[in-house]
Design a protein around this ligand. Structure first.
Ligand code: UDX
Length: 452
């Protein structure tokens, strides 16, 4: 393997999707590959939600003109915005790459483009420029394999989904019920289906990367390997194989670590609904009173926009801060991985985004699962009913919230859930160590790219 500083290091161009839950795993993957000493990394990024370059002096950055207007970024939902990016970015990415190749000498020619499946314009450009490319799906294997089932479910008349069938099992997808599918109650799902279909195609990709772990998702991985005729590399959880890095788009409030230091071991509930989910004001108030009444210390992320169009923190109910006092802390954005690794954190109340799911499992922190939309529904189902390391909480009502917290953090049943999560963490740690599946796949991936 080439060493850092070795002129034979080959160039990898990464194309992340510009949302927090997608940027993080892509940059972590880049850092993991770079740390092997074989590659230098260039991150091609849109103007929208671009990463803070000063946090990543080890990477080069290649801007792509995305043609988005302020109205696009403030009004458009995730799906319309991603569809628009795929149309707008193709030519500008091709031009940027061509300029890059003209600038660099032959030794640094691009070994490969690794792109988020949602940014499929990168695959089209790679094909046209005859550069090898690799698709990286940042969701779970179960979610990825689900996308392949949608056309058939549509043909069989199950889609559009009917409320009356919400609790029935989906054919061929046990243990998922219709309400666990990513398209369930998804606003603008007519656009979502074509996006998922296109982003699931590997096209000219020579390999498939997934941020998951063999031991966690064996049967879904088997299905995917049957469906796609390319080598698969399961390199998750990528944040555990990469040197520590912060790719937060919002400033992290590090002061919460000093506050966590004062809490007893396993006593504190960490609460965050990720970077995109939003709730209404009534749900925020119910969350607040549920937390106030539960008697456990808590660290709660109320990010700007959590309640649509507001700062969020301003909407906390009168009297909440006084009642909670030093027992609770509300912040705008957390250094989440450090928080979950802190010994005082005993549970995570989460929306079950795939990154949050992997980060919690990696630290052995049991979860309260409140999925909001998309793949979070299926992740919550696996957490609560397959791995059984989380409790489902679907009703944002203060009494239900208080009961769920007490059940997980102060009951025998909760202790069993914690024990299972500790066991699962052990398997993950095994996977990333020498001889483990993730460790081996990263090694094979490096050799595979070097042979391209
Ligand atoms: C989105 C989707 O909602 C999610 O379901 C999908 O799997 C990925 O894209 P998001 O909602 O942001 O992601 O959730 P998640 O996947 O959990 O990613 C959030 C990331 O932000 C995590 O890596 C988490 O560590 C980080 N984060 C979150 C912080 O660093 N600080 C915070 O306060 C909250």
């Amino acid at each position: 393997m080439a060493k850092a500083g070795d002129p034979r290091r080959r160039l990898l161009v990464l194309v992340p999707c510009p949302y927090q839950g997608h940027l993080n795993p892509m940059l972590q993957l880049g850092a993991a590959l770079q740390s092997t000493g074989s590659f230098s990394i260039t991150v091609a990024h849109t103007e929208f939600n671009f990463p803070n370059q000063s946090n990543h002096p080890q990477f080069h950055f290649l801007p792509i003109a995305d043609g988005l207007s302020d109205a696009d970024t403030s009004l458009r939902g995730f799906v319309s915005l991603v569809l628009k990016l795929n149309v707008n970015c193709k030519t500008s990415f091709q031009e940027s790459l061509t300029r890059l190749r003209e600038r660099t000498d032959w030794q640094e020619d691009i070994a490969c483009i690794i792109y988020d499946g949602l940014m499929y314009f990168a695959e089209e450009v790679a094909r046209e420029l005859k550069i090898p490319c690799i698709i990286f799906r940042t969701c779970s294997a179960a979610t990825s394999s689900l996308y392949n089932e949608y056309p058939q479910l549509q043909e069989e008349g199950f889609i559009p989904l009917q409320d009356s069938k919400a609790l029935e099992f989906v054919p061929r997808l046990h243990p998922l019920r219709f309400k666990d599918l990513s398209i369930y109650k998804f606003e603008g799902f007519e656009n979502l289906l074509p996006l998922l279909e296109r982003s699931s195609q590997v096209g000219s990709s020579v390999a498939f990367l997934l941020n998951t772990i063999e031991c966690l998702e064996q049967s879904s991985l088997m299905k995917l390997r049957q469906a796609y005729p390319v080598p698969f590399f399961t390199v998750g959880p990528v944040h555990k194989i990469a040197p520590p890095l912060s790719s937060s788009l919002i400033e992290e409030d590090e002061s919460c670590i000093a506050w966590l230091n004062k809490q007893a071991k396993n006593s504190t509930l960490y609460v965050s609904l990720g970077s995109v989910a939003s709730i209404d004001e009534k749900e925020l108030v119910e969350m607040a009173w549920g937390l106030a009444n539960c008697q456990q210390p808590f660290l709660w992320v109320v990010r700007p926009g959590l309640v649509h169009g507001s700062e969020g923190i301003n909407l906390l109910p009168d009297g909440f801060a006084e009642i909670v006092g030093e027992r609770g802390r509300v912040i705008k954005w957390a250094p989440q991985q450090k928080v979950l690794a802190h010994e005082s954190v005993g549970a995570f109340w989460s929306h079950c985004g795939w990154n949050s799911t992997l980060e919690s499992i990696s630290e052995g922190v049991p979860m309260i699962c409140t999925p909001c939309f998309g793949d979070q529904r299926g992740n919550a189902r696996y957490l609560s009913h397959v791995w059984r390391v989380g409790l489902l909480l679907e009703d944002m009502e203060r009494g239900e919230i208080e009961r769920a917290i007490k059940k997980l953090m102060a009951s025998e049943e909760g202790e069993t859930v914690r024990q299972r999560m500790t066991d699962l963490k052990r398997e993950v740690i095994h996977a990333i160590k020498e001889g483990g599946s993730t460790y081996d796949f990263l090694d094979e991936l490096v050799k595979y790219i070097n042979a391209l």
